[in-house]
Design a protein around this ligand. Structure first.
Ligand SMILES: Cc1cc2nc3c(=O)[nH]c(=O)nc-3n(C[C@H](O)[C@H](O)[C@H](O)COP(=O)(O)O)c2cc1C
Length: 192
């Protein structure tokens, strides 16, 4: 299972939740790895379309070259992002856009698409964390992560929008949410 944190804030709420989910998955006996996107240089996609021919990103030699093999190897992926202006962080957006080489497009217009990641059954658990408690303020962070993954043939196993957390690490005080995160990680690990 691959956990991917899109928070620029080290040891913040997103990191805490994703660690707890992976702890649950570890206890279920599966191999886990946690990636912090802030530790990688992920240059935003420029739409050069070189990946159509090359089947990988040949425009940039950056952190994505380290991440592509991990993505391909993982049948379970957790994506987590804080909400930034109703949306995901720019780190998470750049990461998702750089998954573009995995599409196979037809030659007609608009192009029909398939995913090279449909080679095996892949599923995903998606969560977001925001400060406000009004559901509207969470915006479209969950959709911004789940829809691209669905387009790339992932089954969205579950989603968890979390509201009401601002200070770094404040989510640790919420025992119920911490237990939910652990349980979700454990159950997601058992999902085939
Ligand atoms: C640039 C920026 C934009 C934000 N936008 C929103 C927002 O639109 N809605 C919201 O409820 N919280 C917003 N927040 C608050 C964060 O989502 C919140 O503090 C979250 O707990 C941060 O997660 P982290 O500790 O994993 O970084 C924003 C924070 C920053 C720094």
């Amino acid at each position: 299972m691959l956990g991917i944190s899109g928070s620029p804030r080290k040891n913040g709420n997103t990191d805490i939740i994703i660690r707890e989910m992976l702890r649950g998955a570890d206890d279920a006996g599966i191999k886990t790895e946690l990636i912090f996107l802030r530790d990688y240089v992920i240059t935003p996609c420029i739409g050069c379309e070189k990946c159509r021919k090359d089947k990988t990103c040949s425009q940039y030699n950056d952190g994505m070259n380290l991440l592509y093999p991990k993505i391909e190897a993982a049948d379970h992926i957790i994506l987590g992002s804080p909400v930034y202006h109703y949306n995901i962080t720019s780190q998470m957006k750049s990461f998702i856009d750089r998954l573009y080489p995995y599409y196979i497009f037809s030659d007609d217009r608009p192009r029909r698409y398939q995913s090279r990641l449909a080679d095996t059954k892949r599923s995903s658990l998606i969560f977001s964390i925001c400060e406000q408690t009004d559901k509207k303020e969470e915006g479209f962070a969950i959709e911004a992560m789940s829809r691209p993954l669905e387009a790339l043939s992932y089954h969205i196993w579950d989603t968890l929008p979390l509201c009401g957390f601002f200070e770094k690490g404040s989510i640790l005080q919420d025992v119920t949410i911490m237990e939910t995160a652990y349980k979700m990680g454990r159950e997601f690990a058992a999902y085939q």
